[in-house]
Write a protein that binds this ligand. Structure first.
Ligand code: FAD
Length: 597
């Protein structure tokens, strides 16, 4: 076995242990890859319970008042700092402990309600929404999810009010996208009372302003020479904690303090271990599920701002004796932003509800939400920038800031390329295992193998033949629901064909993976949109509204999304992949732009 194969086997084994060790429920996204429509995950469209909605409305009113009066996004960008008064205000309103249980001083809100709060902040200031995310969605999340009662009692009360702040520290020089490659070491002391941490972390949001950092470091695996990642609660007052760079100057979200720090022989008490020893990667992945969900909410808020700005300018700016909004190429952009914002909100709500309902294993959906909303927001910002023309380029308008701010989203909390590949590979594992069952049995028949292979074969075959039912309640949505069902069957067929055609090499074929992941993301997005429209029609009907609500944005999204899905699937057989790889190889091996061109 060569070095690359060895590395591949190690990665596969690591992923199997990390992602597929527990019970494997068939969630919505995994269901798509099997040709199923797991309807009870996504329908009916989730609603915040009335009792909580009242409380949420009150908080949103208070929050809006505070943000209108005290949040100056342009000044935060200029000063590259979020004033303490803003942090205190957010803490007073309860934003910094929104989902923390009431017994520790939090609001005990659901993720769905929390997403509404983040959307509101994301509408106005990306620095502030990223700061809140770093503190609440990921900074204190490991403590909330994996902390013992004693740990929570000790740390949470000050963290949920914002008196103290949290951060989440995974990234290192050698552990960026390759997050499992954490090098920071945590050696247990001889008496077992503490761990001694050594190493450096970089690009950590809130690092220099945090009082509590969830830090990932490697601990020895007893009885072997291996190490595994463990999560620790570290405080900056621990001797040996060194802040190397408190605020790394950067392109956007300038108000956030992104830092680099070192731990040099830092003694961390064993009481500060979060979750099981050696299970830090699982802790990190679970934490990031939450971060990626609120990412979706922040992007939704920002997309809504793009829409408002686009409408305002298109209705007032006149050229050629007409308003810009009278030109079809401007209309097209506005319609697309509206459609995307509608879908982003629907996807965020549905995904947040997975968390609230305690469903198992929604990591594919949170990854889809993150990639989809961040890519769409980038398009939205680009479109509104174009509508404003030259004026967008000057710093008296918020657009250049929004452009700079939005760029981090496609990189942070897992680069979109890495997540795209992850979506395709984790999704294809289910049908892939069934094919393997069939293949192994054909090669080496056995009674037990035959019955498993028979079941797997039946599953694969029925998914290829049957069109899954998409059970909408509203008569006027039946045609779109049927179309979605047919696309899921088409998708499943394409996944099967790709698995049969490429077999194991598909693990490295990212161009194929990207099309499959893109189709899956659009299927999920369309489902959320359909569910949302259905919910709104039913809700209006129940409340005696005779006029059906306006669903033109949702309707457009479905049309465009269905068209994209067909395009992605067609691209699996009609593409320029060989030429793309050849051109890139020529550039990469020549090592020079001039030779290659
Ligand atoms: C402003 C900011 C705030 C951050 N906050 C935090 C934080 O609070 N906590 C924390 O732990 N981290 C944080 N990060 C780190 C962030 O999560 C990483 O930057 C991100 O995971 C990418 O890692 P990297 O920068 O090392 O890029 P690299 O891993 O070097 O990747 C560079 C690029 O290569 C491509 N790439 C990499 N791997 C693959 C692959 N397998 N397939 C295809 N393409 C690939 C992608 O396009 C990627 O963008 C922050 C980063 C920034 C910039």
């Amino acid at each position: 076995m060569n070095k690359l194969d060895e590395q591949r086997q190690k990665e596969i084994q690591q992923a199997e242990e990390l992602l597929f060790a527990g019970p494997q429920a068939l969630g919505f996204a995994k269901g798509l890859f099997q040709g199923h429509f797991v309807s009870d995950w996504v329908m009916p469209y989730p609603r915040i319970p009335e009792a909580q909605q009242g409380e949420l409305d009150q908080i949103l009113t208070e929050l809006r008042k505070f943000l209108n009066a005290d949040l100056d996004a342009a000044e935060i960008d200029r000063q590259a700092d979020i004033p303490r008064s803003v942090i205190d205000g957010l803490g007073r309103i309860g934003v910094l402990g929104m989902t923390a249980p009431k017994e520790y001083g939090g609001h005990g809100f659901s993720q769905m309600a929390n997403c509404k709060v983040l959307e509101e902040i994301g509408r106005r200031c990306a620095s502030t929404s990223v700061f809140v995310n770093a503190h609440h969605s990921i900074g204190i999340r490991a403590l909330l999810l994996f902390g013992t009662h004693e740990q929570k009692q000790k740390w949470l009360p000050k963290l949920v009010t914002g008196e103290q702040l949290g951060a989440f520290a995974l990234t290192e020089k050698e552990a960026g996208s390759d997050a499992a490659n954490v090098q920071m070491q945590a050696r247990p002391s001889e008496d077992g009372s503490h761990f001694i941490l050594n190493g450096e972390k970089r690009y950590i949001t809130n690092a220099a302003i945090a009082h509590e950092l969830t830090v990932m470091a490697r601990t020895p695996v007893p009885g072997s020479d291996k190490t595994a990642v463990t999560a620790f609660l570290v405080t900056p007052d621990m001797p040996g904690f060194e802040m190397i760079e408190a605020r790394m100057p950067k392109t956007g979200i300038k108000g956030t303090a992104t830092g680099r720090f070192a731990l040099r022989d830092v003694k961390v008490p064993k009481e500060n271990v979060l979750g099981p020893i050696g299970k830090g990667l699982k802790v990190a992945l679970t934490v990031l599920d939450f971060g990626r969900t609120t990412f979706g909410a922040c992007c939704t808020g920002a997309a809504k701002t793009c829409l408002e700005l686009a409408i305002a300018h298109a209705n007032t700016r006149r050229q050629f004796n007409r308003t810009l909004g009278e030109f079809e190429l401007v209309k097209k952009k506005i319609a697309r932003i509206a459609a995307d914002a509608y879908a982003m909100e629907a996807m965020t709500t549905v995904t947040a509800a997975f968390i609230d309902r305690g469903l198992e294993d929604y990591m594919l959906e949170t990854a889809m939400l993150k990639v989809f909303t961040t890519e769409r927001l980038w398009e939205c910002v680009n479109d509104v920038f174009q509508i404003y023309g030259g004026s967008a380029y000057f710093i008296d308008l918020p657009l250049e800031r929004m452009l700079r701010d939005a760029r981090i989203n496609q990189i942070g909390e897992g680069a979109n390329e890495v997540l795209t590949s992850f979506i395709a590979l984790v999704g294809m594992r289910g049908p892939g295992m069934e094919f393997k069952e069939i293949y192994d049995t054909m090669m080496k028949p056995s009674r037990d193998g035959m019955s498993k292979a028979w079941a797997a074969g039946k599953n694969r075959l029925s998914a290829t033949v049957l069109v899954p039912d998409v059970p909408v309640q509203s008569e006027q949505l039946r045609a779109q629901a049927r179309q979605l069902g047919r696309l899921i069957r088409h998708f499943n067929f394409a996944v099967n064909r790709a698995l049969i055609t490429y077999r194991e090499p598909i693990l490295d074929m990212q161009l194929v993976q990207e099309r499959i992941a893109n189709a899956a993301m659009d299927l999920f997005a369309s489902t959320c949109v359909l569910s949302r429209i259905d919910g709104e029609i039913q809700f209006a009907g129940r409340n005696g509204n005779s006029v059906s609500p306006d669903h033109s944005a949702g309707d457009l999204f479905l049309r465009q999304s269905f068209r994209r899905i067909r395009g992605f699937l067609a691209g699996l057989t009609d593409n320029d992949d060989k030429a793309v790889i050849a051109a890139a190889k020529s550039c990469l091996t020549s090592g020079s732009a001039t030779t290659a061109a």
